[in-house]
Design a protein. Structure first.
Length: 214
């Protein structure tokens, strides 16, 4: 999810009132600032957390099909596209945020599909399977279990799933999922899992320790 926001153009002047900005930190759109309407409870993920996550994911990103399920600012899905993913689906129930996502995708000419829909209801529909899923729901709503259940038919063999939760909460992911890496800040636990069905892909050297971000 996202930090503050301004217009997409890196040459834009001041931000419109009622908006924040989030910055893409790597890839072909590195440094681009995306406009995000202010919303209560829209929780920021720091640049350092995202940099750690995408270092983990680097070999898995080329040509990946990505789902950003509780998209919010959409920065995780758009960052994945910036770094080589083939296509992203962004699901966000807030119509204002969804419209901002459409505008961002259009200005970037990004291969992104935006759905203004409830994430859990959207999962109930038929659709493609994904190689990479970002699961970062509103913390207050406690949606991890339902979202994880709904994801099962939407995962390609060997898919990667990123899960963000409060620092003291470890969502109950399926036992068959392998924890690849995890990190913590004072407020957030972030973890990357690999689902069964494909040969493992190393994304960190074996001697790299688990991440901790202050």
């Amino acid at each position: 999810m996202a930090r503050n926001a301004r217009r997409l153009s890196s040459t834009s002047a001041s931000a419109p009132r009622g908006t924040g900005q989030v910055r893409i930190i790597g890839g072909r759109w590195r440094g681009t600032k995306l406009a995000v309407p202010d919303r209560p409870g829209l929780r920021p993920s720091s640049d350092r957390v995202r940099e750690t996550l995408f270092n983990w994911l680097m070999p898995a990103l080329p040509d990946a099909r990505v789902l950003d399920l509780f998209a919010g600012t959409g920065v995780l899905g758009l960052e994945a596209l910036s770094r080589g993913a083939a296509h992203a689906v962004l699901v966000e129930r807030d119509s204002g945020l969804a419209e901002a996502l459409r505008e961002a995708a259009a200005k970037l000419s990004a291969p992104a599909e935006v759905h203004a829909a409830d994430a859990l209801a959207w999962l109930d529909g038929r659709g493609d399977a994904f190689d990479l899923v970002f699961l970062d729901p509103p913390f207050a709503d406690g949606l991890w279990a339902r979202a994880l259940d709904g994801l099962a038919p939407r995962l390609a063999p060997g898919a990667w799933v990123y899960v963000e939760s409060p620092a003291d909460v470890q969502p109950g992911v399926p036992p068959a999922w392998a924890l690849h890496r995890e990190g913590r800040t004072r407020e957030v636990r972030y973890a990357l899992y690999r689902t069964p069905g494909a040969q493992p892909t190393a994304t960190l050297r074996p001697d790299d320790p688990p991440a901790t971000t202050e």
